[in-house]
Design a protein. Structure first.
Length: 137
């Protein structure tokens, strides 16, 4: 929305032919294609042109977000989580809890088709903090 107030004046839209000189709320533009469109149109029996707009949708992975955390008295911790990015989880959780990443072992269980939705850290730092406070998983 070009009339929306600017949220962050350090963001410049990526992916444009000429680098923008003004900040924008649009962080990136991407365009994908395959083949020569004009050649394809020339070989087509008929052409249908329409514009479609859809709402943002959820990935629809099968299982819910879940985790089990156990922080030991020596400061090491184990985190069992269904994720596509266990190294990202380790780094983010360790940083949030002020611990060395090498002291956090993240075990990723199989996921039921994450489709990119199992890469964000949600409840895991909370589970680790609660385990640290309780002294048990």
């Amino acid at each position: 929305q070009h009339h929306a107030p600017l949220i962050n004046d350090t963001v410049f839209t990526e992916g444009l032919e000429e680098k923008p000189v003004k900040p924008s709320n649009v962080t990136k533009r991407s365009q994908f294609g395959h083949g020569d469109v004009h050649q394809g149109f020339g070989h087509a029996d008929f052409i249908v042109e329409r514009s479609f707009k859809t709402e943002q949708t959820h990935q629809g992975y099968i299982e819910p977000h879940a985790c089990v955390a156990n922080v030991s008295s020596d400061g090491t911790a184990d985190l069992w989580v269904c994720t596509q990015g266990h190294f990202v989880y380790r780094q983010h959780c360790a940083q949030l809890l002020g611990m060395e990443a090498s002291k956090l072992r993240v075990t990723s269980s199989e996921i039921g088709g994450g489709f990119g939705g199992k890469t964000h850290v949600w409840a895991e730092p909370v589970a680790l903090a609660l385990s640290r406070k309780a002294g048990r998983p």
